[in-house]
Ligand binder design. Structure first.
Ligand code: ADP
Ligand code: MG
Length: 356
């Protein structure tokens, strides 16, 4: 993965939103997330999430990972009922919408295509503007969903998911800078790969979290990489777990599952929180958030809270439903883009790549 240091100011207006008068109840946005294997649709009004429906795809379980072609097909089956459920739960209808938002990148191209094309069709049929959202920006802005407890700007966000691990400096909702990231595996990938080595089914992250609760985090010691600056590396941990387990006798994993899970989780959290502490020291910013699927991890949530208390940081953690992939985070991001007049044209196309 290439390292990049970019400050990105999101795309300029591509169409004039003043030609789209509001319906009178405030800004109501329908948001679609289809970047990987969850079809999710949310409705938000004036920055308040009214519904956030997530249709998972069990079809991948037996393959031990997401099969892209099956994911696209499942999105096509799920999208209409999920949109309907999101509208019903929000107690609203298509004619009340002011904009249609979709995840543009990064993700599986076939999965993204379903969401993008569906969003475009709805926007065309209703003559409403489109808003294209970057999935990683949305993970960060999930921290703005809880209106009673959201961070002031500037803040730092550790975004940890199955595909990415980044430390992001957020100066405003639309002005984010990646100040550190992984050079190989993502934190979620490290959880999932270590789980696979132990024979724990995909995705292993939530199961490692569950088994770790019964184990001793100091039972086994695994490699912690020495990475410069604010970057991360997790491939050495996976190898260290593999080599350690290859040396053990049969039955070792089953007999020590809880301790192994607790020790692996402890190592991953340690790597993450050490870098987060360094980022706070370097930037002087002590509003600290986490985001992404791995922020659902109970050890990381507790670890961040404890660290915040110890160092006097203000810490923020999204509700569970806004940690893993969800359309609520796409909707809140779209809300800020709507306010800034950042709309996409009908030529908008998805991109698998992560560049912002
Ligand atoms: P993506 O990478 O597709 O954006 P998500 O943001 O939904 O996906 O994150 C999925 C990742 O989060 C997976 O690697 C999964 O194992 C991990 N994950 C989810 N819950 C937990 C948990 N409680 N503990 C550790 N990892 C978790
Ligand atoms: Mg994600």
């Amino acid at each position: 993965m290439n390292l990049y240091r970019v400050i990105f100011y999101f795309a300029a207006n591509m169409s004039n939103h003043e030609q789209y008068p509001l319906r009178g109840e405030g800004i109501t946005i329908l948001a679609i997330e289809s970047s990987c294997d969850d079809t999710s649709v949310a409705v938000c009004r004036n920055g308040v999430i009214l519904s956030n429906i997530i249709a998972g795809q069990i079809v991948h379980e037996k393959y031990g990972g997401v099969v892209p072609e099956l994911a696209s097909r499942a999105h096509m089956q799920n999208i209409v009922p999920t949109v309907q459920a999101a509208l019903d739960t929000a107690n609203t209808t298509m004619d009340k919408l002011d904009a249609i938002a979709f995840t543009q990148s990064p993700g599986l191209i076939g999965s993204l295509l379903v969401g993008v094309q569906f969003a475009k069709s709805v926007a065309l049929a209703l003559d409403k503007p489109l808003i294209a959202v970057h999935h990683m920006q949305a993970h960060v802005l999930a921290n703005l969903i809880d209106t009673d407890n959201k961070p002031d700007f500037p803040f730092l966000c550790l975004t940890v998911s199955g595909g990415h691990t980044q430390i992001v400096l957020a100066k405003s909702p639309l002005e984010l800078e990646v100040i550190g990231e992984t050079i190989d595996d993502a934190a979620g990938e490290a959880f999932d790969k270590c789980a696979k080595i132990m024979g724990i089914p995909y995705p292993g992250g939530p199961l490692i979290d569950k088994y770790a609760k019964e184990g001793n985090p100091l039972a086994f010691k695994f490699a912690e990489p020495q990475m410069p600056e604010l970057n991360f590396s997790f491939s050495g941990l996976k190898t260290s777990v593999l080599y350690f387990l290859q040396k053990q006798e049969s039955g070792f994993i089953a007999a020590n599952q809880a301790d192994l899970c607790a020790s692996i989780q402890y190592t991953i959290i340690n790597i993450l929180l050490k870098k987060l502490k360094k980022a706070v020291q370097q930037t002087g910013i002590s509003n600290v958030c986490i985001a992404g699927g791995v922020s659902a991890n109970s050890g990381l949530r507790n670890g961040l809270t404890e660290m915040g208390k110890k160092h006097g940081w203000k810490t923020f953690i999204p509700a569970f439903q806004y940690c893993t992939d969800n359309a609520g985070m796409i909707a809140i991001t779209a809300h800020y883009k709507y306010l800034a007049g950042q709309f996409a044209g009908m030529e908008a196309s998805p991109s698998a790549r992560a560049e912002w």
